[in-house]
Design a binder for this molecule. Structure first.
Ligand code: PA5
Ligand code: NI
Length: 185
């Protein structure tokens, strides 16, 4: 049955969405093949530490709907590489928007040839054009980075694309700041 109009409240401090949809929790074991230092990843793959979580609203991922979710990335790094989402490409190339809620982060985009980086903080809207794979990164050493995503329900998530093509660059701690280094480097 089609959805009726409804209101969703969210708490920017806790990411709790009401009414709630699915909640996803990603730990090191869920990020296989993504960090540069695979040896360090192997050592931590059993860790209970949550790298990021995704709280979705009940709007379904079906054509014409506009699902939303709030992602929270913990502060942290693996051999200098900042905590990040897996990253994905939309199999049906469609745009998406992110809105920064708390903390500071970045949106790394890659179209298979060129990468781009958008600094994200509370109030920033990051636009993801169709055809650009996207990954989020927490650039703060001590604060979670949290953002809202709104995307077409028919876009889908292709995670294999990132394993096959990379993301063009990696975000690595550099003193109190960070730098982008080549994906393979
Ligand atoms: O729709 C999006 O792009 C986001 O909600 C992401 O799915 C979320 O940030 C988690 O990242 P990933 O799906 O790459 O694990
Ligand atoms: Ni997406």
């Amino acid at each position: 049955p089609p959805l009726r109009p409804f209101q969703i409240t969210f708490d920017a401090a806790t990411a709790v969405v009401d009414p709630a949809g699915p909640v996803l929790t990603r730990r090191m074991a869920d990020l296989e093949g993504l960090f540069r230092d695979q040896r360090a990843w192997q050592e931590l793959r059993g860790s209970e530490k949550v790298v990021y979580s995704v709280h979705s609203s009940p709007v379904p991922e079906t054509p014409r709907e506009l699902p939303q979710s709030i992602t929270t990335i913990s502060p942290g790094e693996l051999s200098g590489e900042l905590f990040m989402t897996k990253g994905h490409q939309h199999p049906d190339p469609q745009g998406e928007i992110y809105l920064g809620l708390t903390g500071t982060g970045g949106l790394l985009l890659f179209d298979g040839a060129e990468h781009a980086w958008l600094d994200m903080s509370p109030g920033t809207i990051g636009y993801i054009p169709p055809g650009w794979a996207h990954r989020s990164v927490n650039v703060s050493a001590d604060e979670p980075y949290r953002f809202l995503a709104v995307y077409p329900g028919s876009a889908g998530h292709d995670y294999q694309w990132v394993l096959d093509h990379g993301m063009g660059a990696r975000a690595v701690r550099l003193g109190d700041a960070f730098e982008l280094v080549p994906y393979g480097g």
